[in-house]
Design a protein. Sequence first.
Length: 82
Amino acid sequence: MGFYDKYCLPHLIDLACGLNAVHRQRAKIVPKAHGKVLEVGIGTGLNLPHYRPELINELWGLDPGTQMHRLAEKRMRQSGLD
């Protein structure tokens, strides 16, 4: 994995997927999740701040892009989810 793939691409994807229009949709849908949740394609974890920890028993996030995991883990810690 090159420099671009490891350090630049995750931030560019995060920026593109974090646009206001997308953020508004996340804010409407994600808080409705409850129980055991599997998020396929968790990416950089942009949905994590929208989950309501009191409604989530388990949360599993999958993403084949290992370069995204660092940002997702940071957001996970900030969101109070485990």
